[in-house]
Design a protein around this ligand. Structure first.
Ligand code: NAD
Ligand code: ZN
Ligand code: ZN
Length: 354
């Protein structure tokens, strides 16, 4: 079968012929219906040095996947052949406290996990291929009625990651609150909708691209702004001078983090989701009083069930641009050039013509 492989750090991925996976005991093979192209994959291709992460190439890219159960290993319970499923991307040990909470990104026994701190498409073979091996049935969530695999795939990361970030600040996001989303790409356009669907907060979206700001407006942002020298003042004015209760930074550069700190409200949250590698100096007078600054990595399994449910009810919809597996490398090039609105999604099934 064909697979888009990352063979080395700081290299472009290559479409190669690889053996089709067979499920061992307890495992499942999924026929991939759709695989989202996440900006994190660009960081894998361009930014990380060897040793920066606890796993390394070669592996098949694609950590945002949905498809159909294709083959079930002996002793595997809880899934049925042909069932449409979303794949939970992070694969931990399954038995430590965080794994029991479904938060396998934060597995505390990485020595017992299939890959420490990663999963399919992050250290192990992912979904930019016709089939994908999933090491346990617990990593599969059945798709609710009304949700197809193309729209489900981006929800497993671009949806789940901001959902987790929003939920952890949910108690601060009542009707008088304001939330700012910096970067309205794959994650950000989901964050805007999640804030609308699950909180009372007003939503401010920030992106230099006009088409991204338009998308934010269509998905319910109350105000869409361009980053620049006036940004902080504009957000302060919009909030009557008091600042934003939550800033989700889906970029994470020095500039965006500085803007986040400058427009956050006292007692607010700054949640760093983007991996641009910037830093935010935190000191007594450097950030508003009692601001909490946190990073988040993905979300938990129960939250994915909730994200899929929101989508099945029409409250959360991924804007998608579709690519064939042969054109998967182009999806990443388009993402790198800023010409994707919403999420680029690769459809590995040959018979499917986007
Ligand atoms: P994307 O490329 O789809 O979106 C990024 C958006 O940010 C684009 O719309 C771009 O125009 C905008 N942008 C660029 N510079 C900006 C600036 N200065 N101010 C405001 N907006 C700006 O990327 P994505 O797939 O949504 O991922 C976003 C980031 O989140 C990446 O760094 C990715 O690696 C990271 N990520 C983190 C997690 C996690 O668990 N923490 C999960 C997925 C992705
Ligand atoms: Zn990702
Ligand atoms: Zn664990």
């Amino acid at each position: 079968m064909k697979a888009l492989r990352l063979n080395a750090w700081k290299s472009e991925p290559v479409l190669e012929e690889v053996p089709r996976p067979e499920p061992g005991p307890g495992e499942v093979v999924v026929q991939v219906g759709a695989a989202g192209a996440c900006h994190s994959d660009l960081h894998l291709m361009h930014d990380f040095e060897a040793g920066a992460l606890p796993w390394s190439p070669p592996f098949t890219l694609g950590h945002e996947n949905a498809g159909w159960v294709h083959a079930i290993g002996t002793g595997t319970r809880g899934v049925e052949l042909g069932q449409p499923v979303a794949v939970v991307g992070a694969w931990g040990c399954g038995t430590c406290r965080h794994c029991l909470d479904g938060l396998e990104t934060y597995c505390e026994r990485p020595d017992l996990a299939p890959v420490p701190g990663g999963g399919g498409g992050l250290g192990l073979d992912g979904g930019m291929a016709e089939y994908m091996l999933v090491p346990a049935a617990r990593h599969l969530v059945p798709l609710p009625d009304g949700l197809d695999v193309v729209h489900a795939a981006p929800l497993t990361d671009a949806g789940l990651t901001p959902y987790h970030a929003v939920r952890r600040s949910g108690h601060k996001l009542g009707p008088t609150a304001t939330a700012v989303v910096i970067g309205v790409g794959g994650l950000g356009h989901m964050a805007v909708q999640i804030l609308r669907a699950t909180t009372g907060a007003r939503v401010v979206a920030v992106d230099p691209r006009g088409t991204a700001r338009d998308l934010a407006g269509r998905y319910g942002a109350d105000l869409s702004l361009s980053p620049g020298p006036d940004l902080v003042q504009e957000i302060r004015e919009f909030t009557g001078g008091i600042g934003a209760d939550l800033v989700i930074d889906c970029v994470g550069s020095d500039d965006t983090l500085a803007a986040a700190a400058a427009c956050a409200r006292q007692l607010g949250d700054i949640t760093i989701v983007g991996i641009a590698g910037g830093t935010l100096p935190v000191s007594f007078f450097g950030v508003p009083y009692e601001v909490s600054v946190q990073t988040t990595y993905w979300g938990n399994r129960r939250e994915l069930v909730e994200v899929l449910d929101l989508a099945s009810r029409g409250l959360l919809t991924a804007a998608t641009s579709l690519y064939t597996l042969d054109d998967a490398a182009m999806a990443y090039q388009d993402l790198a050039h800023g010409s994707v609105d919403g999420r680029a999604v690769v459809i590995p099934t040959d018979s499917y013509q986007p």
